[in-house]
Design a protein around this ligand. Structure first.
Ligand code: ATP
Length: 846
């Protein structure tokens, strides 16, 4: 109810700022940040790298000092690259954590505002309601039906009732408001809270491990072993052929460093983190990193209606009063003093006293503000009206009962006003108020009312009925029995314009949009039809129908339904489970505290950013900052892009590394001279591995990514032919490099030039291959080569590196290269490009 009770004005902002400065933020011991130095040093925290450094130093003492220094420089440059990646990722993940940090409603300078929970100070007056996580230790100053879940502190799962009258009037940080609401004064913050005293709790911070990262980590381990075996073979074969032992050892280790795809999982994290920030720009805040992977396989999106599919801008369009429906577009609001009282007194919105106009001054649930706006234009009249009654008791609205009741005192008389979903309310009504007289409600009248509800709801109106009673005003559920029916309001909440396109997009992408709503089935159908979600009435099922089905029966029919109407949060959980049993990947939205279990159970739990409660946000893997359905679809799209990009750079990294290993292996197998010196192998690795791979991580999508079916959930990242592509292409890169090396020697260019040409061929084939990796099914002539400017930049940088070591005399000395002429470049380009050319022609004609 709009109330005068808001006399307590809380701290002033200035005082709060002063206390915050003096006593510090309301935080449980800050987790130590990882310092940039630690990140940098961790780049060297790798056994093979240390072996390489050791081998380099030894070989330095044995002779080639310049070689040794260069190798060390390359290792450091590689680490700098790794550091930059990891540092950026850490930063963006941390920024994400801060965004997801909890907020709190507080009264300062007499005004309700939302602050970060960490800015609360002792003495602050906070406002809590169902679903909130209590942000600090507090003492209740005012409360209504407050029930708290203190299981976090006490282990006791039953809710505890608290109020100012009871001895139990303290509430504690981290516990959860189950029902009711309250105002409370902060008595302890940060480490001074009960929670702060339980040190053990601090360790229970969830760790984000991505299943994909874990799988790749395991794969990485296998690859390390394989690489080491090949390197050992190459080294031993060389020694047996009579090459210098130390040099061969150094060569083996350099090859291992170059070939082991140590950046694989690091780049997955980079790609996920970059994806997360792109999603944030589209208003989807990811709370759990693995969700990014799963998003791409979403096959069902279960969405709330109000505010997500609709605008949540409510206007009363029709009213039913004294046996007749009034169309407010054509007629004025019917005279019904009792209905006006019900909708105004049984109402939780607040009035901002500074504003004169009612439309601007009302703060609260749009359904409730709409009910007031239909009766009042200016704030003063409203305040006078409110002044005539004082609320003494209430049972708040909840989505299970779909009703709200208050008892108010008008003068010396107490009256109870009730409003709620009409079919529910009418069942509780025994009487009717008809032109000022209270009579028994006949079944004929009951039928007429039901017809009126049907008519209104067919026109997409959201209906709320009003009732009251003056006798037997018991405190408890029975307050809502034997009511006197008064009338109904029909409220329009137009569908969001952009949602129609998003629904279409979903359907093209093989994703089924499903509406789950507490509203009437006709209203839900009318809106669903308008948005393209449903076509026929038999696609609609109600909560009552659901109750009649067993879980098994539900599983059988669930696929045919797209609208679930008049459901409660409990139904949501059953719906998620039924869809999951059909092997669907379900995204499910929720906001209230009771939605949390369903949100948690869904593959992608989504919480509303604006209307969502703390508890549901915590259960969710994604928060919609704008509560908009379209945002979910955008996030799914981003999820698909990210997954594709991960496949792209895995393909690139692995085939390139395979090419490098094979070059050395083939030379050794065919008893050729060593094609690349240790320092050259490391150079190839530096030029090709880092930057182009990261650039692939931000590649724009190939064609219309939402024109394909969702991928299968447990599909391996190497599915759909990726392994074959990697093996074949890797083998060909190695073979072509060896050919280039052999041809050069055959033409009498000398070993030094032949090595330079092998190096150039290896680098150039990788730089050409990176474009092939950008598409699964199209050739490099069919894709837009210029659409990824980061990739172009990375390639330009790599080419400059190669030109520098081939033509700058000082670097020629360091890298043992010699300048190449045009014929030699011709051979290099031929061997680097030939496979890509053949492959493109094949794809083109296929
Ligand atoms: P969705 O789940 O899509 O957001 P919804 O917002 O319509 O749907 P609820 O908020 O659970 O779902 O509302 C269900 C019904 O309860 C409404 O159709 C309306 O009749 C009634 N109702 C909604 N808000 C109130 C309220 N503040 N007081 C009384 N009854 C309400």
């Amino acid at each position: 109810m709009i109330n005068e009770r808001e006399v307590q004005s809380g701290l002033t902002q200035a005082e709060a700022d002063r206390r915050l400065k003096k006593y510090g933020p309301n935080l449980l011991e800050k987790k130590k940040k990882i310092s940039p130095l630690t990140i940098f040093l961790s780049q060297f925290n790798d056994f093979i790298t240390w072996v390489l450094i050791g081998a380099t130093i030894i070989s330095g003492f044995m002779g080639e000092k310049a070689d040794a220094v260069t190798i060390i420089i390359i290792i450091v440059m590689n680490s700098v690259l790794g550091f930059i990646q990891e540092f950026k990722t850490e930063k963006s993940l941390e920024a994400l954590k801060n965004m997801a940090s909890p907020t709190s409603k507080v009264i300062r300078n007499g005004k309700l505002k939302i602050v970060n929970a960490q800015d609360l100070v002792i003495g602050d007056l906070i406002v809590i309601e169902s679903g909130d996580k209590i942000p600090a230790d507090c003492m209740i100053t005012e409360s209504s039906n407050l029930m708290i879940d203190e299981s976090l502190l006490t282990g006791e799962s039953a809710g505890v009732s608290k109020s100012i009258q009871k001895k139990e009037n303290s509430i504690y940080m981290g516990t959860i408001v189950l029902t009711g609401n309250a105002k409370a004064k902060v008595t302890g913050t940060g480490m001074e809270t009960e929670m702060g005293k339980i040190a053990g709790m601090l360790q229970s911070i969830e760790k984000d491990t991505s299943p994909l990262k874990e799988k790749l980590n395991n794969l990485g381990k296998i690859l390390v072993v394989l690489c080491l075996i090949v390197c050992a073979v190459v080294t031993i074969a060389g020694i047996m052929r009579g090459e210098n032992k130390y040099e061969m050892f150094l060569l083996g280790v350099s090859l291992a460093v170059a070939a082991i795809p140590e950046s694989l999982t690091a780049i997955v994290t980079v790609a996920l983190a970059l994806g997360v920030s792109r999603m944030l720009k589209r208003n989807a805040l990811i709370r759990k990193l693995p969700a990014v992977e799963t998003l791409g396989c979403t096959s069902i999106i279960c969405s709330d209606k109000t505010g997500t599919l609709t605008e949540n801008k409510m206007t009363v369009k029709a009213m039913y009063s004294n046996g007749r429906t009034y169309n407010l577009d054509r007629e004025s609001v019917p005279e019904n003093a009792m209905l006006k009282k019900i909708f105004t007194y049984c109402n939780d919105c607040n009035v901002d006293t500074d504003k004169k106009n009612v439309s601007e001054s009302l703060i609260g649930d749009p359904t409730e503000t709409a009910l007031i706006k239909v009766y009042f234009r200016d704030g003063k009249t409203l305040k006078n009206f409110l002044g005539r009654a004082r609320r003494v008791y209430d049972i708040p609205f909840d989505s299970d009962r779909k009703m709200m009741s208050v008892i108010v005192k008008e003068g010396s008389k107490e009256i109870s006003y009730v409003k709620g979903a009409p079919e529910k309310l009418i069942r509780k009504c025994k009487y009717i108020l008809d032109r000022g007289n209270v009579r028994i409600l006949t079944s004929n009248e009951r039928n007429n009312i039901v017809k009126a509800i049907e008519n209104m709801s067919f026109n997409a109106l959201r209906c709320i009925a009003g009732a009251y009673k003056e006798k037997n005003l018991t405190r408890g559920k029975s307050l809502e029995d034997n009511l006197i029916f008064v009338g109904i309001a029909g409220i329009i909440d137009p569908p969001r314009k952009e949602v129609k396109d998003a629904v279409l997009k979903c359907k093209m992408a093989g994703i089924k949009p499903v509406m789950i709503t507490g509203d009437h089935k006709n209203t839900a159908f009318a809106i669903g039809y308008d948005l393209g979600i449903c076509k026929t009435q038999d696609q609609v099922i109600t909560g009552d129908d659901l109750d009649k089905l067993t879980d098994k029966q539900l599983e059988k029919t669930v696929d045919k339904k797209v609208i679930f109407a008049r459901v409660t949060p409990k139904h949501k959980l059953r719906i998620v489970r039924a869809f999951k049993s059909k092997n669907k990947v379900v995204a499910m939205t929720g906001d209230g505290v009771n939605d949390a279990p369903a949100v948690k159970e869904a593959d992608i739990g989504i919480c509303m950013g604006i209307s969502g409660t703390d508890v549901t946000k915590e259960a969710a893997s994604m928060v919609l900052l704008d509560d908009n359905f379209t945002t979910i679809v955008s996030a799914v799209e981003e999820g698909r892009v990210i997954y594709d990009n991960i496949r792209k750079f895995i393909r690139y990294l692995l085939s390139c590394n395979l090419g490098e290993v094979l070059t050395m292996f083939l030379a050794s197998a065919f008893n050729l001279a060593i094609p690349l010196l240790p320092i050259q192998i490391l150079m190839v690795n530096l030029a090709t591995d880092g930057l182009p791979a990261i650039a692939l991580g931000v590649d724009p999508p190939e064609g219309d990514i939402m024109a394909e079916k969702p991928r299968i959930k447990n599909e391996s990242i190497f599915a759909r032919g990726l392994t074959e592509k990697i093996l074949v292409r890797g083998a060909l890169i190695g073979t072509c490099t060896i050919f280039s090396f052999v041809v050069a020697q055959y033409l009498g260019f000398g070993l030094k030039t032949a090595r330079t040409m092998a190096l150039a061929t290896l680098v150039m084939s990788q730089l050409i291959h990176v474009f092939e990796c950008r598409s699964e099914n199209h050739s490099i002539f069919q894709i837009n080569l210029f659409s990824n400017k980061y990739l172009l930049g990375a390639i330009a940088a790599s080419i400059c590196m190669i030109l520098a070591i081939v033509y700058i005399p000082f670097l020629q000395n360091v890298f043992h290269t010699s300048a190449m002429n045009l014929i030699q470049w011709g051979i290099v380009i031929f061997f680097s490009g030939i496979i890509a050319l053949i492959n493109s022609l094949y794809l083109y004609f296929k």
